[in-house]
Design a protein around this ligand. Structure first.
Ligand SMILES: Nc1ncnc2c1ncn2[C@@H]1O[C@H](COP(=O)(O)OP(=O)(O)OP(=O)(O)O)[C@@H](O)[C@H]1O
Length: 708
């Protein structure tokens, strides 16, 4: 199976982003620099990989939830605040005692500014040695702290960590991930030397990027003005064998099932049910960090593995709210600090193809990461990027080619024994440099509008000042500069135009600001009204005494209902006790009326009741004010809702009842009527709930008694 890696070039290999010809290095290079290769070549462009390999089967299935098809797709017109390549840095750690003890051990890495040169000497013959030259945004040489070239933990943080912290404060998502073979210094760079002890986490010399980032984060929060507030939330999880484990979960939750990934239309993929902890100080945050590191180490020991087999993602969500004069403005950013699993299993050497075929101990996430980087580096239109082939790439989707400012830290060892791994890592890092991210400041559209307009106003003001300066200058030199009259005139007209534009922009801004404020106020008022309505309904519901004596009113819900529905309820009817009159009245009032030889059956479907009227009793109609009164004087029986009635018909009937009930809303002053109303309402709700439950539970028997 082919791996998504470019083959080793014969001569040298330089980052594809900036095509440049090789320049002869200065002869006064320090000892870490090799002499110039004899035949400089133009930088070759990265070779397209062989067809992407299919991801090998992993022994554990991941639950990746398909996002809803109705998810909003990002519009092509969407504005980005920053479009930038991934920043790629490489760090070289010192040789360890094991590497030094190897026969023929040699340091094969040299550094020249941002260039990194790997000298391979395959046959041990110096005449046949090949130089591989790479270029990155930053190269950290951390092999010997006595040399000026040495990059300390602080240097690494200041160069790649601090800019991401600044971006987070501006509202951008940020991501920093460490990639490299096992033992090359990923954890050392990201977390520090000993990741489970306070002294080491806080050590000036050994503390890694994550603790430094968090310390600086709170130091900056402490310096925020009184009109600004910040909230910080942290989460920490690891991906092991394509399963997600919460490293900060409580003891009970820790034993639960692995967590799932879902995608939010706006914020992208996220881990469902991941514990998130609000922290208000660095100390609090550090405690979580240490707990997570301990849990990671324990999990690795339990599985008889080391942590190099798992990826860990520490996330910080920062929300900054600024209280401006007229309004509040808030920005949210998510920072992901990722320590990836050792990458050596991806190497083309050491029988890794065989290992892939075995299908075990292969890190699907890292393989997919390689494919994702390859696809993104290709810049082909409509190129398919297999983010969803693994948990890691799915979760890092926004960080790779999306809404984030991202930095990759590739870690390598200088030992010749690791040449293949080192070259593989460096090639990955080269490809990653071509990835372009499109980041946006995470703020609400209202804040964005105001920010954009304010910056436009600022720009125009600067323009105006500039013209004013020019104009002043020209007027003071005017007598001596007769020939410049036209130029001066042109400047003046530009100034007028700029001022007009400025006035217009300010007017627009004010207008739009007023509009948006009005909109906000309206929405606020509406929601306040809704809240009050709800509260008043709640109050009434709470006071409902189901034992209230309703006989006082000699009324019931059905009568009330009928009064509303029947306009002619109080109009005197012709006192003609005839069957025809009753039939007509029933039709007018949507009642079913069936006449037999001896009786009339009246069905009031809407109210779930029916009555029988013997024909000989029809004459009794004349004893009442109207037919309505007469009909209601009859003995009605509740009817079971017809089995033939469809669910939608039943719902329509219920809705009609609700509507009628709304028309019956009693005046606030009448407490008793209010109680009655609430009781009817409550019964109706119970009825509806019972009916629907019945319908779903027992599709055969669709009958519910309606006892108001
Ligand atoms: N820049 C450095 N300076 C001094 N020692 C270092 C440096 N980088 C790494 N080391 C040491 O090298 C060893 C391996 O480093 P580390 O555990 O960070 O590697 P890793 O890439 O994270 O490995 P894994 O993939 O197993 O997690 C550690 O003992 C660490 O202290």
């Amino acid at each position: 199976m082919a791996l998504p890696l470019p083959s080793t070039p014969k001569t040298h290999f330089v980052t594809p982003r900036r095509l440049r010809t090789f320049q002869t290095p200065n002869s006064t290079e320090n000892s870490n620099q090799f002499p110039t290769p004899r035949t400089p070549h133009a930088t070759p462009r990265l070779q397209r990989n062989a067809a992407p390999t299919s991801t090998p089967e992993c022994f554990n299935t991941v639950t990746l939830e398909t996002p809803n098809s109705a998810l909003k797709r990002r519009s092509s017109k969407e504005k980005f605040d920053q479009i930038s390549n991934l920043t790629v840095a490489v760090r070289i750690r010192p040789m360890n005692s094991k590497e030094l003890a190897c026969v023929g051990a040699a340091d094969i890495v040299r550094v020249r500014n941002q260039e990194l040169i790997i000298r391979s000497n395959p046959c041990g013959n110096s005449a046949m040695s090949l130089d591989h030259i790479f270029q990155y945004d930053h190269v950290f040489w951390s092999c010997d702290e006595t040399k000026p070239l040495y990059s300390s933990q602080e240097d690494v943080f200041m160069t790649i960590g601090k800019p991401l912290l600044n971006s987070a404060f501006r509202g951008y998502n940020a991501c920093l991930f460490a990639y490299g073979q096992t033992g090359s210094g990923k954890s050392f760079s990201m977390m520090g030397r000993n990741t489970c002890e306070v002294v080491d986490i806080d050590s000036e010399d050994f503390s890694g990027i994550i603790p430094r980032f968090c310390r600086d984060l709170f130091a900056r929060i402490g310096k925020l003005g009184t009109n600004a507030t910040a909230t910080v939330e942290v989460s920490y999880f690891e991906i092991y064998n394509e399963k997600i484990h919460d490293l900060l979960a409580t003891a009970n939750a820790a034993n639960k099932m692995p967590l799932k990934v879902r995608e939010h239309p706006e914020w992208g993929p996220y881990v469902v049910d991941l514990s998130v902890h609000v922290v208000s100080s660095y100390k609090e945050l550090r405690n979580w960090l240490i707990l997570g590191n301990k849990n990671r180490a324990t999990a690795a020991t339990t599985m008889n593995e080391n942590s190099s087999r798992s990826h860990s993602i520490f996330s910080i969500e920062l929300c900054l709210t600024e209280d401006l004069n007229e309004s509040d403005s808030s920005r949210r950013s998510k920072v992901s600090l990722v320590d990836l699993a050792g990458s050596e299993r991806l190497s083309t050497s050491h029988n890794s193809e065989e290992k892939i075929r075995q299908g075990v101990s292969i890190n699907k996430s890292l393989l997919t990461l390689g494919k994702v980087i390859s696809s993104l580096a290709d810049h082909k239109k409509n190129q398919f990027v297999p983010y969803r082939d693994s948990v890691l790439t799915w979760l890092l989707k926004e960080s790779l080619g999306g809404n984030s400012l991202t930095c990759m830290l590739a870690t390598i060892t200088p030992a010749n024994a690791n040449l293949d791994e080192t070259l593989a890592t460096l090639r990955y890092a080269c490809q990653a440099r071509s990835i372009v991210n499109r980041a946006r400041i995470n703020e609400n559209p209202h804040d964005r509008l105001i920010r954009e307009l304010k910056s436009e106003v600022q720009r125009l003001k600067a323009l105006k000042q500039d013209y004013e300066r020019h104009s002043l200058l020209n007027s003071s030199f005017a007598p001596a500069n007769d020939g410049n009259g036209e130029e001066l005139e042109e400047l003046r007209s530009k100034l007028v135009q700029a001022e007009e534009k400025l006035v217009q922009a300010e007017k627009n801004w004010k207008q739009r600001f007023i509009e948006s404020t009005q909109l906000q106020l309206k929405e606020l008022a509406e929601s306040e009204q809704r809240r009050e309505e709800l509260e008043s309904k709640m109050r009434v519901m709470k006071t409902v005494d189901t034992n209230v004596d309703l006989s006082l009113y000699k009324t019931n819900f059905l009568e009330e209902l009928e009064d509303v529905l029947t306009e002619e309820a109080n109009s005197p009817l012709t006192k003609h006790g005839s069957v025809d009159n009753i039939i007509r009245w029933c039709h007018q009032n949507s009642l079913q009326c069936t006449v037999t030889a001896s009786a009339i059956t009246i069905v009031d479907k809407a109210n779930g009741r029916q009555t029988f009227l013997l024909l000989k009793d029809v004459k009794r109609t004349n004893n009442f004010e109207n037919i309505s009164q007469f009909i209601n004087s009859l003995t009605w029986t509740d009817i079971r809702i017809s089995k033939k009635m469809s669910k939608s018909e039943i719902l329509t009937s219920i809705n009609q009842i609700y509507q009628a009930l709304n028309n019956l809303q009693p005046p606030d002053s009448d407490n008793h009527l209010n109680l009655l109303f609430a009781r009817v309402n409550k019964s109706l709700q119970n009825f509806e709930a019972a009916l629907l439950a019945n319908l779903t539970k027992n599709s055969g028997q669709k009958t519910v008694s309606f006892n108001v």
